[in-house]
Write a protein that binds this ligand. Structure first.
Ligand code: PEP
Ligand code: MG
Length: 556
């Protein structure tokens, strides 16, 4: 019988297909006693299995690269935790088999993690995956994970383990549905990166029968179970209509009455350029150069290597605008050779521009490489500094740019509330502002962006954050300069309209979000966006702000 379930849509689009469940069955080895003389052999067997699983996770990480790599490497470290291994050895010494000892030791670790606050509890899925892999290896049974299927399917899981999602084949996986997880879970981030529709936090997802046909709407969060032929046709037609509407809206970003809001792409390096060009990005609004530095965590990349990477990106946008952010090391992006190891609170310590001012040679090399890369190219190069706190910071950065002979516009990111409050003073030193709403939310609400337990305060619809966006945009307007947004806020189509209404002059986001933002912006006039912005700022909570803006924009 046809039913409709509701979860949270986290990656746009519609997928219709048969359900396949992730193989996460908990393998419980029998509790059998071994004689004492077998203990050393069992201990060696356990160690070999742990090492093999850890090496496999590391190798998967290297294959996947990017964000997935960091997660998989963290899992590999979990597997090799010395205390965990000592516990496994102890259990074997008193008569456990290797598989039972691993199973019990990880169960003890699991309950510690599950009770240690929301963020660590969120890592339980990663730990379960590690346990299942080691136990499966010891028992000689297939690894849990992605279903073995040659036909495309919709993947269902309690929560997806990064080890599997990193290697998913997007030509087989039509979409994801998970019972747990939230908008910032690994599943959601990876679904968006792969460009497949996804719904998370769907109660009852794990009870869907294997092979059942479902239709997943990643925009609305609806999942239709066993849809009738008519319903299927209706959903597919609606999706096709949405796709057609999206692809019909092309060209530069603008409101329906022609107010231009350039739509730019966020990239981590040359590998992200083709998707940005394909999605019609008018340039790059944020080139996160730290990924170049993370490749070799021990040293800064050579000037030559940097010139090559920058030039590849700059050449892809002839006559376009490319905003390069200089290295943002520290806090959530530590670099061993630059980031102090003993800071009590790294997010409030030496990071971003502060790191570069402490290591002027690193900044000089980067700026020189940028100047060389742009030589002779018809591109509008803009260079900005992360974590600018005040006018002194902005002046130090602009001086460094001038000393390096850089022919570009110099700008400051607004990521610290002080920079928003004193935006006009900062604009005496630099030519543009770019709002990093991810960090601006972190510092406005004193809510660490890496801690899931405070994610409510990371919501970019928070009215206090909108106030700081408005203050910055007004300052830029008064100084006759530009003020873009390059944080995640720009990728929410509704919020993008609100940002335009607040006076933001460009929006930069991951390539996959560009068509949605372009189409939504094109449906509303600037005056509507301004009314939606005022309504959102008049609200007291993020949810109220979202609803108020939605009501204005849908003409309710
Ligand atoms: C931000 O903080 O909003 C931003 C764009 O920078 P990052 O996410 O790289 O810190
Ligand atoms: Mg930032």
């Amino acid at each position: 019988m046809e039913t409709t379930l509701r979860g949270v849509g986290v990656s746009h689009g519609v997928a219709v297909g048969e359900v396949r469940h992730m193989g996460t069955a908990v393998l419980e080895p029998p509790a059998k006693q071994i004689p004492e003389h077998e203990a050393p052999r069992e201990q060696a067997r356990a160690r070999r299995a742990v090492e093999a699983v850890s090496a496999d996770l590391t190798a998967r990480g290297q294959l996947a690269g990017g964000e997935a790599q960091a997660v998989l490497e963290a899992q590999a470290m979990m597997a090799q935790d010395p205390e965990l291994m000592a516990d496994v050895d102890r259990r074997i010494a008193v008569g456990s088999t290797a598989e039972r000892a691993v199973y019990d030791a990880l169960a003890a670790y699991r309950s510690l993690l599950a009770g240690a606050g929301e963020y660590l509890a969120g890592r339980v899925a990663d730990l379960d995956d590690v346990r299942n892999r080691i136990v499966a290896r010891l028992l000689g049974v297939p690894m849990p994970g992605v279903p073995d299927s040659d036909e495309p399917y919709v993947l269902i899981a309690r929560d997806l383990a990064p080890a599997d999602t990193a290697l998913l084949d997007p030509t087989l996986v039509l979409g994801f549905v998970t019972e747990e997880g939230g908008p910032t879970s690994h599943s959601a981030i990876l679904a968006r990166a792969l460009g497949v529709p996804a719904v998370v936090a769907l109660p009852g997802a794990c009870d869907l029968g294997e092979g059942t046909v479902i239709a997943v709407d990643g925009s609305t969060g609806e999942v239709f179970v066993a849809p009738s032929a008519e319903k299927r046709a209706e959903i597919e037609a609606a999706a096709a209509e949405r796709r057609a509407a999206l692809s019909a809206v092309t060209g530069p970003g603008a409101t329906s009455d022609g107010h231009k809001v350039p739509l730019l792409a966020n990239i981590g390096g040359p590998a992200d350029v083709p998707a940005a060009v394909e999605a019609g990005a008018e340039g790059v609004g944020l080139f996160r150069t730290e990924f170049l530095f993370l490749d070799d965590g021990e040293n800064a990349p050579s000037e030559e290597k940097q010139v090559d990477a920058y030039r590849t990106v700059l050449e892809a946008f002839p006559e376009g605008r490319v905003v390069v952010r200089v290295l943002d090391a520290g806090a959530d992006k530590p670099l061993a050779f630059l980031t102090p190891a003993d800071e009590p609170n790294p997010a409030l310590g030496v990071r971003g521009l502060r790191t570069l001012l402490d290591h002027p040679e690193v900044l000089r090399t980067q700026l020189t490489a940028l100047a060389r890369a742009a030589e002779g190219l018809p591109v509008y190069l803009e260079v900005m500094a992360p974590m600018v706190a005040d006018r002194t910071d902005a002046r130090a950065f602009a001086d460094a740019c001038r000393e390096a002979g850089l022919r570009a516009k110099f700008g400051a990111m607004v990521e610290i509330p002080s920079a928003a409050l004193r935006a006009r003073s900062i604009l005496q030193e630099v030519e543009f502002l770019s709002l990093g709403t991810n960090d601006l939310a972190q510092y406005t609400f004193a809510a660490d962006r890496q801690v899931g337990a405070v994610s409510r305060l990371q919501d970019p619809w928070q009215p206090a954050l909108l106030d700081l966006v408005a203050v910055s945009a007004e300052a830029a307007k008064a100084e006759g300069k530009s003020c873009g947004v390059c944080g995640e806020a720009a990728s929410d189509p509704l919020l993008a309209c609100v940002l335009a209404g607040l006076g933001v002059t460009s929006l930069s986001m991951g390539a996959a979000s560009l068509p949605y933002v372009r189409a939504t912006l094109a449906q509303h006039t600037l005056a509507q966006c301004e009314r939606a912005a005022a309504a959102a700022r008049a609200a007291d909570t993020a949810e109220e702000a979202r609803r108020a803006a939605q009501a204005v924009l849908s003409g309710e």
